[in-house]
Every structure is written in C-alpha cells, then in structure tokens.
Design a protein around this ligand. Structure first.
Ligand SMILES: Cc1cc2nc3c(=O)[nH]c(=O)nc-3n(C[C@H](O)[C@H](O)[C@H](O)COP(=O)(O)O)c2cc1C
Length: 362
C-alpha cells in the first residue's frame, strides 16, 4: 500500500486536519450524489475527532446496508460491536457476513485514524471477547490515496464497460496488500470466469426460489426516496439502477422475479467486468471474517483510487453446500471462500445512505 508520510504539522499547514477532524482532499467532484447523500458524505465540523472517525467507519461496505454495528468511544479507544438487532437470519445465519461488515468498518477507521495521526492497535474478537477493540496510539499522520477514497467508494451494481485493463493497472491490483490468513484469487481468463458464472447461476437459482430469502431481501429494500430517507439504511432501489416506486409495486416486482432472469442478469454483469477476485481465508472464525472484511474494504478503496468500480456477487458463497463445491472447483484447497468481487470501468451510481452517527454510538 502506498503511504505518503507527512508530519502532522504539515497536515495542519495544508488544512487537512481542522478542529481535530479531517477535511476531504479532492476526488469527489465526478460523483453522482443526491442532496441527502452529499450532506452525509461531507466533513462534519460539529463532530469531535473520535466521532468523525466513527462516521468515516460507517461509510464502509456492509451486507444489505443493514449497518450492523455499534461503536463505543472510551477516551482514545474505540470498540466495535455487532448490532444483533440487524442480523440477517436467512442469508447470514452464522453472522459470517456481519463480522466481515465490521471488518470493513474497522479498515476505514484504521485508515482514517492513520490520516489524523494515530496508529491502531487492534484486538480481534475471540472466545473471550465478542467485539473489536481499537486502541489509538499517537503516531505520524500518513495520508494515503485510500483515505481520500473512503468518501468516494461505492458498490456499483451496474454492467461495466467490458474493457481489458492495462498491464500496469492489473499489476497494481495484483500487488494489493492483504491481511494475515486472507488469500486473494484473481480471475481474469474467460474459462475461469465461466466456471465462476456456473456457481453464480446456481446461487441465484437457489436464492430466488427461496421465499424466506426474498422476504428478508424485501424487508431491507427501500423502494423510493421517502422510504430511504426515513430509515437511511437498506438497499435503496436507485443505488442499484432501479426506478423509485411505491412499496406494493416494488414488492410485486421482486417477489415475481424469475430466478433464471436474475441469474442471466448477474452473469452478464460478471462478463462485463474486467476481472473478479475471490477472497478466501485459512480459518472460518470471527477473527478471519473481520480480517477478510479489512482486506476487501482496503482493496475496494484501492480500486476506487484507481478510478475503477467494484461490486460483490456472493451468491455462490452464501449457500453452504454450494460454498463447499465452489471452494473445490476454484482450487482454493483448505481455504474458505468468503467474498466474490468483480471490478471494472463504469459510471458512478447514486450513493447509499447511512444513519446519523449518533444512532450507532453507545
Ligand atoms: C459481507 C458483505 C456481503 C455483501 N454481499 C453483497 C452481494 O452479494 N451483492 C451485492 O450486490 N452487494 C453485496 N454487498 C454490498 C452491500 O450491499 C453494500 O456495501 C451496501 O449496500 C452499502 O452500499 P455501498 O457499498 O455502496 O456503500 C455486500 C457487502 C458486504 C460487506
């Protein structure tokens, strides 16, 4: 990871650290935001430094945008807890994706803390502690391109431009730093992509034939601006390129989706991407899931900083029997698949919302 190391006093001179919180430096202009989102994503001078770090953490990717986290600030220590009331019982019965989501938030926090002059000492969840502890220790501030990318990253679920990336870009993606115990498998050739698509199809056919899966999805879909603004969580239709409609119409449309149509649409999206990456871990523990979330968030920030878009297609990994077959078929050996990410070139889509930071503080 490239880190430009700058002394904290230089940051102050540059105006990048103000009133204990961090101002944005730049790459936001080309982004398609609606009013509420741009307000949400810009620097909030009324927050203390610790609260602003938490707000930046909440901009991370998270399953179904449930924002399944709670944060406790104790001096210069921040604890991150799973919010069990936001658990996805059908798609994530083990809380695997919930811990990955907490790992994504942790990574944003670590990068933002580094930019404001803190080194993060992390304690991962284990048998004795069901939360993450981050002790923030004073250090040299280091602004990285990843820090700028926190406010710009998004899940872009549209079809991409189906272009071959330059070897320089591919090299940069391949050299992404990962986390202890997290392996990345890069998929770029057509035959291997088609093998992934076989499993993606199987996942879609299973999920879209499962009423419990559809009901849970519908509960987290926000079909119009009024619904999205009311909860500021969930999957807002506009962010996935769908029109704003009244709830009864949206529900009818989603529950009437033919599994084959969903499979066909997602296969097309994967084929339009420049490449995909499977994240796999040596262990299948809460620590491994958190570390996987960190590796994924970091890589998606790196892709953002390279002006590339990305989105997850985790269907083959969310169904236990398929997950085991996928592990073998993709040659992952003993490593457990956790996430399937596609990336490429596309326009930005509207941003997903977040709840006000006060709602996630305990
Ligand atoms: C563990 C995890 C699983 C996810 N699974 C999917 C998925 O299968 N399909 C998808 O389109 N997005 C998936 N996402 C992306 C989330 O829906 C997205 O991060 C959330 O809606 C917030 O939007 P944003 O990433 O644009 O900020 C997943 C994210 C995480 C962290």
């Amino acid at each position: 990871m490239l880190h430009k190391v700058i002394a904290r006093r230089d940051l102050l001179k540059l105006g990048l650290v103000a009133g204990g919180a961090v101002l944005l430096s730049g790459c936001q202009k080309a982004v398609n935001m609606d009013f509420s989102t741009s307000q949400l994503r810009s620097f909030d001078a009324s927050n203390s430094k610790m609260v602003e770090l938490v707000r930046l953490a909440t901009l991370a990717a998270n399953g179904h945008n449930t924002q399944p986290w709670k944060f406790k600030i104790i001096g210069e220590t921040i604890e991150i807890y799973p919010d069990t009331s936001r658990h996805l019982a059908v798609v994530d019965p083990q809380d695997r994706e919930q811990w990955i989501s907490l790992g994504c938030a942790l990574e944003n926090l670590v990068i933002a803390a580094r930019a404001t002059g803190f080194f993060s000492e992390i304690r991962y969840p284990d048998d004795k502690q069901n939360f993450i502890t981050v002790n923030l220790l004073p250090d040299i501030a280091a602004i990285s391109p990843l820090f700028d990318a926190i406010q710009v990253r998004q899940s872009t679920r549209s079809e991409y431009r189906q272009v071959q990336l330059s070897s320089d870009l591919i090299d940069q993606i391949h050299s992404a730093s990962t986390e202890q115990g997290v392996k990345l498998k890069f998929i770029e050739d057509i035959a291997e992509t088609e093998r992934v698509i076989d499993y993606l199809n199987a996942g879609n056919l299973t999920q879209y034939s499962d009423k419990a899966y559809i009901d849970e999805l519908i509960a987290w879909l926000r079909f119009n601006k009024k619904e999205a603004d009311a909860t500021r969580d969930g999957l807002y239709s506009k962010c996935s390129g769908n029109p704003s409609v009244p709830r009864f119409l949206g529900e009818m449309f989603v529950s009437g989706t033919k599994p084959q149509s969903q499979a066909k649409a997602d296969a097309k999206k994967l084929r339009s991407s420049s490449g995909s990456i499977i994240f796999a871990t040596e262990n299948d523990s809460s620590e491994a899931w958190v570390r996987c979330g960190q590796a994924y968030e970091r890589l998606s920030l790196q892709l953002t900083s390279l002006d590339l878009k990305s989105a997850l297609l985790n269907q083959p990994i969310e169904i236990p029997e398929l997950r085991a077959e996928f592990q073998t078929a993709m040659g992952l050996g003993e490593n457990h698949p956790q996430l399937l990410l596609r990336y490429g070139i596309a326009d930005a889509v509207p941003y997903s919302l977040r709840r006000p930071v006060d709602e996630v503080l305990i």
